[in-house]
Design a protein around this ligand. Structure first.
Ligand SMILES: Cc1cc2nc3c(=O)[nH]c(=O)nc-3n(C[C@H](O)[C@H](O)[C@H](O)COP(=O)(O)OP(=O)(O)OC[C@H]3O[C@@H](n4cnc5c(N)ncnc54)[C@H](O)[C@@H]3O)c2cc1C
Length: 445
């Protein structure tokens, strides 16, 4: 038996569980065309959705992905499908910056649209990705959090049509097998899927629509020239395009010429997955198989895997990228604190990847004169980045000035920030201290 909170095994796989069945994939090599109507840089959800919409409209589209398809966040996330926009953070940022916040109701509608878009897209294109609308639990780590969640429920239902309701601590065993929480809010309009299978489905649709798909092709520069752009690869090859879409999210620093690095804070997120659990244990942990989050500043999220047998637990184990062994050790301790019945359970998988935060808490799309971008998923992009990819496609097709509420005139770039997030350890330490203070006040260690 391991010491309390220590992983009992070190032979876990250091890659996403999704990759056991659906590993990142490479396309058959093909010559890079000399020109294309549109070049999309980045082959995650955002880039693939943009490329698909444009190709279905009849444009010649070339998509350039630096790695294999699915190697980064879109193939590594936990597969939660939710609104994922923190309206309180958005309002706070704008208040501090002395700016008028974009209409909160409009943002909420946009976020709700992203979930509807994703559900419709999966159904219409019959993508086999284990999508289920099982709902989401926002757990309250303290009584104060419970009161705050309860106070927000009506507003959430009005804004997002979320159908949210509260479950008290006395009843929470019907939702979650943990004594660490003081009740929870249930948001039924939320789902979960296997992200690698969604990505594989998108890739197949792109292929069918005639997108020229290239992996292992990192773009190092985009240069404007009369009537279009030269897109220059790391190996010196070049393709010319009328229009370029940059969809590299947390990797903004890879392409300084796109001007996104100063607007994006890349933050690492990590996940562990247990080995198969006894069915009764898995059922007791999350009886309704919802996704869940623990409501802390250093947020942890969890769900059961699509087969229902394993428990997935994720969070920010460290502000920067660390080895899967290091992140797994941190996450395991946190998991066992919240779910002591998992102490001693073997881990099957551990991995991590970067997500992209914007300073105002809003994902952004935009651009004009032929150069467009999608960036700033804020850790929540399964529905949102797919939706925004589609929206950017529509923006280009319709030559529209503003295609949705996330197409804001300002994409903040604070003067102190050059794309290197030196402040993350300080923020993480402060968040951790505040979380511990909250727990102490609530009477728990
Ligand atoms: C551990 C983890 C858990 C998460 N869980 C959830 C969740 O449960 N629900 C949710 O909604 N969201 C979740 N997310 C966030 C979600 O995965 C992302 O928001 C989403 O995948 C972003 O998609 P994207 O296409 O914008 O970026 P990416 O998937 O990162 O795609 C960008 C692509 O650009 C490529 N690229 C980078 N630089 C270049 C270059 N110079 N040239 C060419 N290509 C380049 C990269 O290789 C990458 O494939 C999670 C993320 C992580 C890391």
């Amino acid at each position: 038996m391991s010491a309390r909170g220590e992983i009992p095994n070190s032979d876990f796989r250091t890659q996403p569980i999704w990759w056991d069945e659906t590993p990142p994939s490479r396309e058959p090599p093909q010559e890079l065309a000399a020109r294309s109507d549109v070049v999309v840089v980045g082959g995650g959800f955002a880039g693939l959705s943009t490329a698909l919409e444009l190709a279905r409209h009849g444009l010649a589209v070339t998509l350039l992905e630096a790695e294999a398809f699915g190697f980064n966040a879109s193939g590594r996330n936990s597969g939660g499908v939710s609104f994922g926009i923190d309206l309180t953070k958005v309002a706070r940022w704008h208040r501090r910056a002395g700016r008028a916040a974009p209409g909160i109701a409009d943002l909420a509608r946009g976020a709700a649209d992203s979930v509807s878009y994703m559900e419709t897209f999966i159904a219409k294109n019959t993508i086999d990705c284990d999508y289920h609308r099982r709902g989401r639990l926002s757990c309250a780590p303290t009584p104060r959090h419970y009161d705050e969640l309860a106070a927000r429920t009506d507003r959430l239902n009005k804004l997002f049509d979320a159908g949210a309701y509260m479950v008290s601590r006395a009843d929470q065993h019907t939702e979650i097998g943990s004594e660490s929480f003081y009740g929870a809010m249930v948001v039924p309009r939320s789902g979960q899927l296997d992200p690698a299978r969604l990505l594989r489905g998108l890739l197949a649709l792109c292929r069918q629509a005639g997108v020229r798909l290239h992996d292992g092709m990192a773009v190092s520069r985009v240069e404007r020239k009369p009537g279009g752009f030269d897109v220059i690869l790391a190996d010196g090859k070049k393709i010319t395009a009328d229009t370029v879409v940059v969809a590299i999210n947390a990797h903004a620093a890879n392409l300084p010429s796109a001007g996104l690095a100063q607007r994006i804070v890349p933050v690492a997120s990590h996940i562990i997955v247990t080995e198969p659990l006894p069915p009764a244990t898995a059922d007791a942990l999350l009886p309704k198989r919802r996704t869940g989050a623990d409501g802390r500043r250093l947020l942890a999220y969890f769900r059961r895997t699509p087969d229902g047998m394993r428990f997935l637990y994720g969070g920010r184990a460290a502000p920067f990228e660390v080895s899967p062994q290091e992140s797994a050790a941190v996450l395991y301790r946190r998991m066992v604190k919240a779910f002591p019945q998992l102490d001693g359970t073997r881990i099957g998988h551990a991995w991590g990847c970067k997500v992209a935060f914007s300073f105002d808490g809003i994902p952004h799309v935009g651009g004009e004169n032929g150069l467009y971008y999608i960036a700033g998923c804020n850790g929540n992009g399964v529905a949102m980045m797919n939706y925004l990819g589609y929206k950017v496609g529509r923006k280009i097709i319709e030559a529209s000035k503003s295609i949705c509420v996330f197409d804001q005139p300002v994409f903040p770039s604070p003067p102190f920030y050059d794309g290197r997030p030196w402040f993350l350890p300080v923020v993480a330490a402060a968040y951790g201290a505040l979380d511990r203070f909250d727990s102490m006040r609530a009477g728990r260690r």
